[in-house]
Write a protein that binds this ligand. Structure first.
Ligand code: GCO
Length: 422
């Protein structure tokens, strides 16, 4: 491959999904939610019935890893109840199919959803959720320890806690409950440490399992350098979403609970007169384009930031890292290919510079249910036609491009003409 940027031989080239976003037929706090575009998660991509076909697609893509969630609400009907055998068997079958296809699983234990008996008892504000979760994970890990060696306890605790209690985007749609935000983070951090012990004790067929969270890293900044109030808002956001959360999970003795740190990286949010200049925050795309903001349908792009944050995490925590999510939502496939190229270039630079990054998981395998936004954000390596009830999957050009990378174990250097790295 011309301009090949070679990665280590054992590097994981993966893709990622989450149960509520792809499986369908789920009963959790998202089931009754209907997005402004009319989308809901009741069928989603029907991965629940079609996971075998989706594993074949993964083999076709040439990925050697898959970050998937296991849905707590399917497996436990009440606190401390035994796991539902039939539902467990489905996940076992999925894991066996992945193994047969040579695909290493990374299992996410919590990805923005809970059983209804947890939410009706106060969700993660209730301290009793911690022992209930530990019990669930103990049973799950006992069942799956031979098959799974990579455990991602919590996906983006900061996104979950802020959208539920500060920004009103996730059920129960509360706003500005700072104490609830902090409580949620603290309970999740405590649960992370406790399930970490459970996973470590269980082992992984004679080997040591890996344990970590996926931290969403967003850079915050002012849009205009002189706007002191936007500097202040950026600093507050940085503290609340990055500093506070990392400290809760990895500060002091808690650092020992993790063997890796997962990084979900999408980019940058800049504020202009208190307004976040990103489509995900409601900013108008045309206005952003006029202001020269390079973004996908969610966030401003900042490929250079990936190298910065990886080096920073490496220095600060000394833990092996995984890019547990990166991707772009856009119907412009050239843009998505360019975006991937630029981010992998940065990632390659970090690896070459000595940062221990062990894998990259593209978000996402499929176009899927993007939470409060429904189906309007197209992140898939495979496009899904949601207007057809058969939900056909189709390889995208981004998927083909990624297949080339997975097969070669190497990325391509960006062309000079591509979007400037800020
Ligand atoms: C998150 C989640 C994913 C999203 C993805 C795109 O970051 O919110 O982990 O569920 O779908 O990041 O926004």
């Amino acid at each position: 491959m011309a301009g090949a940027l070679k990665f280590p031989d054992n590097f994981l080239w993966g893709t990622a999904t989450s149960p509520t976003q792809v499986e369908g037929h789920v009963a959790n706090e998202w089931t009754d939610y209907v997005a402004p575009d009319g989308g809901h998660c009741r069928v989603a991509c029907n991965h629940y019935h079609r996971y075998a076909e989706d594993v074949d697609w993964m083999a076709e893509l040439g990925v050697n890893a898959y970050r998937l969630g296991i849905e707590w609400s399917r497996l436990q009907a009440a606190p401390f109840a035994p796991l539902n055998r039939q539902e467990l068997e489905r996940y076992v079958d999925l894991l066996d199919r992945l193994k047969a296809a040579g695909i290493t699983p990374m299992v996410v234990l919590h990805h923005f959803s809970n059983p209804l008996w947890i939410t009706s008892a106060g969700g993660w504000l209730n301290p009793a959720t911690v022992p209930a979760f530990v019990d669930y994970v103990t049973k799950l890990v006992t069942a799956l320890k031979e098959r799974v060696g990579l455990w991602n306890t919590f996906n983006e605790p900061d996104t979950y806690a802020s959208l539920t209690y500060l920004l009103g985007g996730f059920p129960p749609f509360r706003k500005w409950r700072l104490l609830s935000y902090r409580k949620t983070i603290q309970h999740m951090a405590e649960a992370h440490v406790r399930v970490g012990e459970v996973i470590r004790r269980a082992g992984h067929g004679g080997r040591t399992p890996e344990i970590g969270i996926a931290k969403n890293w967003t850079f915050f900044g002012p849009f205009e350098r002189h706007a002191l109030w936007d500097h202040l808002l950026a600093a507050i956001s940085h503290h609340a979403f990055n500093g506070y959360v990392l400290d809760a999970f990895l500060g002091g003795p808690r650092r020992a609970a993790s063997t890796f740190l997962g990084v979900n990286y999408y980019g940058l949010a800049r504020f202009k007169n208190f307004e976040p200049m990103v489509p995900a925050g409601g900013a108008c795309r045309k206005r952003l384009a006029r202001l020269g903001v390079v973004c996908d349908d969610m966030f401003e792009r900042h490929p250079g930031g990936l190298g910065i944050i990886l080096k920073n995490f490496h220095r600060r925590y000394g833990l092996p890292l995984y890019i547990t999510e990166h991707g772009a939502a856009s119907s412009d496939e050239d843009f998505r290919i360019r975006d991937l190229t630029e981010h992998l270039h940065e990632l390659h630079g970090a690896v070459k510079g000595g940062v221990d990054v062990r894998g990259f998981f593209y978000w996402s395998l499929l176009d899927n249910f993007e939470w409060q936004f429904g189906y309007s954000k197209k992140f898939g390596l495979l496009a899904v036609d949601f207007t057809d009830e058969k939900l056909p999957r189709k390889m995208t050009r981004v998927g083909e491009f990624y297949r080339g990378i997975c097969r070669a174990g190497a990325a391509v250097a960006p062309q000079k003409s591509s979007v400037a790295i800020r």
